[in-house]
Design a protein around this ligand. Sequence first.
Ligand SMILES: Cc1cc2nc3c(=O)[nH]c(=O)nc-3n(C[C@H](O)[C@H](O)[C@H](O)COP(=O)(O)OP(=O)(O)OC[C@H]3O[C@@H](n4cnc5c(N)ncnc54)[C@H](O)[C@@H]3O)c2cc1C
Length: 399
Amino acid sequence: MKVVVIGGGASGVITALKASRNNEVILLDGEDKILKKILLTGNGKCNFWNSDINYSKYHSYNSDLLKDIFTSSNIDNTYKFLENIGFYPVVKNGYYYPFSNQAFSVREMFLTELKNKKVKVITNSKVLDVVKEKNIFKIITNDQEYVCDKVVISCGSKSYPKTGSDGSGYTLAKKFGHNISRLSSALAPIRMNEKYLKDWNGVRCSASLNLNIDGEEYFETGELQLTDYGISGICVFNLSSIIERAILDKKDVKLSINFLPFTDDPMSFITERYNSLIDLTLEEMFESIFNYKLSHVLFKVSGINKDSRWNKLSYEERLRLIDTFTNFTVNIDEVIFDKGQVTSGGVLLSEIDINTFESKKVDGLYFTGEILDVDGICGGFNLGFAFISGCIVGDSLNA
Ligand SMILES: Cc1cc2nc3c(=O)[nH]c(=O)nc-3n(C[C@H](O)[C@H](O)[C@H](O)COP(=O)(O)OP(=O)(O)OC[C@H]3O[C@@H](n4cnc5c(N)ncnc54)[C@H](O)[C@@H]3O)c2cc1C
């Protein structure tokens, strides 16, 4: 069969490589180079996989279908294929990177494989329309037309449009009658509406986040980045998809930061610290715990004089200080779409066959990767899904 894959990102490339076993494959991309986004992943190191890939790490409006995608056989098959085409990992806390620690080298490896497997890669070829006439698809690009038996839409999302994923895939999907669930930003930082942002700009600290949405609680712990627009870091990214959906649904969203995540009993912790560091001021007591910029903000917000001593505070003042340190409530302005690494939402999973990723609306039409309504947390889960979906489609095209 003749197969056209639209989009030379992570999922399109894997689909093309897999499908090339039994098919003639053309890979079209609107950019001058394929795999532009992969160069940005993992801060240029390409965190391509995780040892804990399973359905619970992903969001979808059809979350009931995720279990059928992230089966151990789909996960194992995909990882074996990655090994077969040359991935050699170094694993840090379950996060997989190439041993080279270089996304660029992953791109080179893919280019070599595409050449070996005789996939015809055509760049600067933006797909403007796809039409189906009888059993044949006609692909119309900016400068040419192609005909084929099967089409795979692997156009990505609308995050980081400078890498080529400009949202045009959604238009192609809609044209074939597919519904797109609400699109929002995920793995994104949060803009806050607070006066002290300039004061804590540049601080990185260990903290935990407590998110409460209409009474339902979520926790994340990790390195928090305090910036002049708000907060960032992996723990923020991992909650951003849930926060954005809740904001759009006009739910009550409360987010607070615990800057003393290492203790469950801050009252005893501070009292013991005061007893062993007797005569120190409050600020001095916390010198090796809080960055000085953060310390400044915390005391200012608490309204407690940093030069006071713990034993001189009233019980209410101690509670107020502890509340500021461990339940520091922030006013969320927005989840910043432009800085979001991933788009949440997309082509509804209920409209594709989960075993093959073929459209239930149009025979011979398939989807892979981020264009689908699946987004994962940080840690290699999104590339993981791009590869898993690409392998599912590639295998079904070979069958
Ligand atoms: C800064 C950043 C860091 C990230 N880090 C990680 C990480 O470390 N680990 C991880 O797992 N995930 C990471 N991600 C997410 C991950 O990169 C994506 O989920 C993944 O690349 C999606 O793959 P895809 O094939 O679906 O889409 P993309 O990689 O976006 O590829 C889509 C391709 O389709 C082409 N295209 C679009 N429309 C058309 C059209 N009409 N005609 C022709 N071609 C078209 C585009 O040019 C593009 O090449 C990161 C994302 C970003 C932005």
